[in-house]
Design a protein around this ligand. Sequence first.
Ligand SMILES: [Zn+2]
Length: 111
Amino acid sequence: MSDTLPPCPECSSAFTYQLDALFSCPECGHEWTGAVSTAEPVRDAVGNILSDGDTVTVIRDLKVKGSSQVVKVGTKVRGIRLVGGDHDIDCKVPGIGQMGLKSQFVKKVTG
Ligand SMILES: [Zn+2]
């Protein structure tokens, strides 16, 4: 047992233990994989770590696939959702609608 194990995501118990790739909590019985905490975080164009609900700005004009619309540089997008894959951000762009963005073409808005 080591104190580097993550606390239980269900009850925050620190008395978790690891069985191969599976973490287990003796207090509430919750079991989970460590995949979430060990996965590479999604980063924006300048290396900020992005998370669900963040607000970002687009750092270059982006053509919208299958249309003549363009997401203009500087467009502010609220409430992003990280989905993984090629276009790893799912979001609703003002004036355009729901679409996928690539994290390397956005910059996190902080504060
Ligand atoms: Zn627990």
